[in-house]
Design a protein around this ligand. Structure first.
Ligand code: 9MR
Length: 583
């Protein structure tokens, strides 16, 4: 019996109780100098110039390790599995190992792969991974997906023609990344719903279109959505091209069933979107820019205003009372906003068909039509690339919102799409959005997703989760921030890659899910008076009126004159997010 096998048996014995990690290979039961086969996984004959053998630890410590010199593409070390099957391995979701690359290694980016038989546990076909420091042992961790195989051959390695590396302590880990969505306390929504201080927070997701599963209550897709989110938005279902594909002919089917799902499960709905250059009315424009509808003749300003008015009025009337907020205008800003460097109060609009034919006031008109159609809906403007203070487009966005408000246009919400990548600077986001409180509008993160660099890299998932958490903390801190909406549910169905969302393709939660849930839970507990609520020093000027909450977060008095605070009944209250004792 070799040592690997003993390790496995020990791990298996304790696995149900505590162990969530087992060692597959620590190489101690091999002999120094043992050759390990290198197999080309695309070639049948198995001959390869790549070499692998068991050596001593290159860092000088005691112990044996696997030393690989790649001489050809697609070659992995072949190791015999003992005492564990592919099925058992599939119960784990991470592979972790120690990697040592000598200082002589020049290339930093390689593809990592591992598998059993001809099935890949982790396969990064086109992506190259950063492998960390050289000349020392570093820990690498990657996600694995189940493989069904009867083979007892385990393959591991990096795809390269000239890489030299050492591996040790190849382990399988169960990250315990699972939750019971039927236990409310394990969901996002339960904790979000407990938060009322400083304001209610919407925790939302975009629901993919044309997918029966997402609206079927018994399906895991729908269950994941209604158990975790209290607001939903159609990823495509309510865009003009879907709702009015032909002039005057509306198609409500897919959008209606999303709204029905929301109503059955007491979720709010964001409407997205009424006016956009993309996915817009196909009979008005072929590409969002050309005025080539109407049989090629195009439409004039008056006609296009009427088309806007009809579309907005019909759609908002259809959903009146069912949709909390609408993205009235989406992505109306041009990508180039260098104008703000020379004229700091200006902005450039995108030259969409709406802007070109109608003029800038298409914006004003759209909001006015929307307000008339459903005066109770909160009307949003929404854009991307305007998330961080200091970026030209962020300044242009702020200028545009100020201009609209100055013209008394009923803009009540400002959406920040937040299509981001790893390494989010949440303080720049905070500095950007907090200034909107002074304008009297609410703010939402409307389409948040954060891509990593390499698919399935667990360390990057952790960093991603921390980025999500930092943004949520900003959202929770400010009264005027209303919704935190993620653009999709599972990574595989996202419009972006790699790995931007909260759930894996099998609806198992990722690290980011837990980061958000724990943050919501902490905040809800704090708001319930368990701890003092942190006060943001940079909050806007205190208003002369305050909302008063009891210590459980229930609203006691709305818009009480600040001077009247002392006339409240004796007790502990939360005002301006501070605990205040009235004697
Ligand atoms: O996620 C949406 C994708 O399925 C569509 O193909 C795409 C078409 O442009 O729109 C995506 O959603 C966009 C959203 O409506 C507005 N902001 C950018 C989003 C990503 O492109």
């Amino acid at each position: 019996m070799n040592k690997t096998f003993i390790t496995l048996l020990c791990a298996a014995a304790t696995m149900t109780a505590t162990a969530d990690e087992i060692t597959l290979f620590d190489f101690e039961d091999f002999n120094l100098g043992d050759a390990v086969a290198m197999r080309d996984y695309y070639s049948e004959d198995g001959t390869t110039p790549s070499k692998a053998e068991i050596t001593s630890d290159p860092s000088g410590k005691a112990g044996k390790v696997l030393h690989v010199k790649n001489g050809s593409w697609n070659t992995l070390a072949e190791l015999p599995l003992q005492g564990i099957t592919a099925e058992e391995i599939s119960e784990y979701d991470l592979i972790t190992f120690d990697l040592y690359r000598p200082d002589s290694e020049t290339d930093d980016y390689r593809q990592f792969r591992c598998g059993i038989g001809d099935g890949f546990l982790h396969d990064v076909e086109n992506e190259f991974l950063h492998q960390g420091a050289k000349g020392q042992w570093v820990k690498r961790t990657y996600s694995i997906s189940p493989v069904s195989s009867t083979s007892d051959k385990f393959y591991i390695g990096f795809n390269s023609v000239d890489m030299e590396y050492y591996l040790d302590n190849i382990r399988l880990v169960s990250s315990s990344d699972d939750y019971d969505m039927n236990n409310p306390e394990e969901t996002l929504r339960y904790h979000a719903d407990r938060i009322t201080v400083p304001a209610k927070i919407g925790i939302g997701c975009a629901v993919p279109a044309w997918n029966d599963e997402v609206v079927n209550d018994n399906n895991i897709a729908a269950q994941t959505i209604y158990n975790n989110f209290n607001i939903v938005v159609g990823e495509n279902q309510m865009k003009p091209a879907y709702l009015q594909p032909k002039k005057g002919e509306f198609s409500w089917w897919d959008a209606d069933r999303l709204v029905n799902l929301a109503q059955r499960h007491d979720m709010e709905v964001r409407g997205h979107t009424l006016v956009w250059h993309s996915q817009t009315l196909p009979w008005v424009t072929s590409d969002g820019y050309k005025n080539d509808g109407n049989g090629g003749k195009g439409y004039n300003r008056e006609e296009l205003l009427q088309i806007l008015k009809d579309h907005i009025t019909t759609v908002m009337t259809h959903y009146k009372g069912k949709i909390r907020e609408w993205d009235v205008v989406n992505e109306c800003l041009d990508d180039n906003q260098s104008i703000v460097y020379s004229q700091p109060t200006k902005y450039n609009l995108r030259n969409s068909v709406w802007k070109t034919v109608i003029g800038e006031d298409y914006l004003d008109s759209a909001f006015v039509y929307a307000h008339r159609a459903d005066p109770d809906a909160i009307l949003y403007i929404n854009d991307y690339g305007a998330d961080f203070k200091g970026d030209a487009k962020s300044e242009a966005y702020y200028n545009l919102v100020k201009r609209l408000l100055k013209s008394n246009i009923p803009v009540q919400g400002v959406g920040f799409q937040c299509h981001l990548g790893l390494g989010v600077d949440a303080s720049k986001f905070e500095n950007n959005v907090k200034r909107y409180a002074d304008l009297g509008v609410e703010v939402s993160l409307t389409e948040l997703d954060i891509t990593t660099w390499n698919a399935g890299d667990y360390e990057q998932h952790i960093r991603q989760g921390e980025d999500y958490r930092a943004l949520l903390e900003v959202a929770l801190k400010y009264k005027h921030i209303r919704n935190f909406v993620v653009w999709g549910v599972t990574d595989d169905k996202s419009w972006r890659s790699p790995d931007p969302l909260l759930f894996k393709s099998n609806y198992k939660p990722k690290y980011a899910f837990f980061a958000l849930r724990n943050t919501l839970e902490e905040w809800a507990d704090r708001a319930a008076g368990i701890e003092d609520i942190e006060v943001d020093e940079q909050l806007p000027e205190l208003s002369p009126y305050v909302d008063v909450y009891d210590i459980t977060g229930r609203l006691v008095k709305q818009q009480l004159e600040r001077e009247q605070i002392n006339s409240l009944d004796p007790g502990l209250y939360i005002i301006d997010r501070k605990k205040i004792l009235i004697r």
